[in-house]
Design a protein around this ligand. Structure first.
Ligand code: CP
Length: 341
């Protein structure tokens, strides 16, 4: 696996994390078109849909002087086979080993979006698709949202919060609030948001109904990071209580861990918590807290119109910072991050 891959933000050592954050904020405040990545090409494989990640990465590459190409596997490409050592007699015409081997001879970094399959928890926890691609790639791989992590979102979230709170986020109360959603969504964004807030030394509360706990290994890691950086981590099953005094309400839906691979059971569990929604009344409990969401968001299901259209909403700025964070990420994987900004 190439050393300068960007698979998960919490794996990036602290000094580099700080540099990435600093550089992302520099891009925010210096909206210039640069040539730091001239003569490079980014190739992206989107196994799942995207608006923000795809657009921000494509534009980031262009605004750094690089090229980009986006591939939707199976739509205009051959379908890929993943299993090793078996005859390829099914629909898939090309093995991922050749596909990545070829792409990594054309481009200088490969971005990958590959969501959880929700068939096998351990496979999802190990980010099998992303890691397989990284194994076969000769160039750095960027995680554009895997089964378990979304580091590009994490870096943008860290950047927007640092700017909003003028660099002083430590001990701010960050509530990661589970919300109802009609579909079983992945845990990648909440995992990365949790780890990022903990690393920034915030007082993190995860509010979710019973059966919707996040991964225990990620939680343990977040607890360690929070304590290392002067913050804290707690959990509650009471959304109203969690909102009290919050500075950030980060809303997100995710699938019920208690029935992860059983679609009917999971759906029944999830549907029993339709009242878990961010409302104006709930936001009134906060300490003039901001509302964050990675988007896309379902209005009046996850969060009410009044919150999204109100003056506490930060979600559009949050999306805007994806571009700045994407530029810093590309400079990182291509080893062209300036030593000082
Ligand atoms: N937040 C996010 O990753 O958005 P997209 O799914 O549109 O890329």
């Amino acid at each position: 696996m190439p050393t300068q891959s960007f698979l998960e933000l919490s794996d990036v050592p602290e000094p580099m994390f700080q540099r990435l954050l600093e550089r992302s904020l520099w891009h925010r405040h210096n909206r210039t078109y640069l040539q730091t990545a001239r003569d490079r090409t980014l190739g992206m494989l989107f196994f799942n849909p995207s608006l923000r990640t795809r657009t921000s990465m494509e534009l980031a590459a262009q605004q750094l002087g690089a090229l980009s190409t986006t591939i939707i596997p199976g739509q205009g490409t051959w379908g890929f086979a993943w299993e090793e050592g078996v005859p390829m007699l099914g629909e898939a015409s090309e093995h991922i080993k050749e596909a990545v081997g070829v792409l990594s001879r054309y481009v200088d970094a490969i971005g990958v979006r590959a969501f959880a399959t929700r068939v096998d928890y351990e496979a999802d926890r190990s980010d099998r698709a992303l890691k397989t691609i990284a194994q076969f790639s000769r160039v750095p791989v960027i995680n554009l949202e895997s089964a378990f992590y979304h580091p590009c979102q994490g870096l943008a979230d860290a950047s927007v919060m640092m700017d909003h709170f003028k660099g002083d986020v430590s001990r701010k109360k960050f509530v990661l609030a589970w919300c109802y959603h009609p579909r079983p969504l992945p845990m990648a964004v909440p995992h990365s948001a949790l780890l990022t807030a903990a690393r920034l030394g915030m007082d993190v509360t995860v509010a979710a109904p019973a059966g919707f706990a996040l991964d225990e290994q990620v939680m343990a890691r977040a607890a360690g990071m929070a304590s290392q950086h002067g913050g804290s981590l707690s959990e509650t099953t009471d959304m109203d209580e969690a909102m009290e005094g919050a500075h950030v309400v980060y809303a997100k839906a995710w699938a019920g861990r208690a029935a992860y691979t059983n679609a009917d059971e999971e759906a029944a569990l999830r549907h029993s918590h339709e009242a878990w929604r961010v409302t104006e009344n709930r936001m009134r409990r906060t300490d003039r807290g901001v509302f964050m969401h990675c988007l896309p968001v379902r209005r009046n299901v996850v969060v009410d119109d009044a919150v999204l259209d109100g003056n506490q909403a930060l979600h559009l700025d949050q999306a805007a910072y994806r571009l700045h964070a994407a530029k810093a990420t590309l400079e990182y994987v291509w080893d062209v991050l300036p030593t000082s900004t």
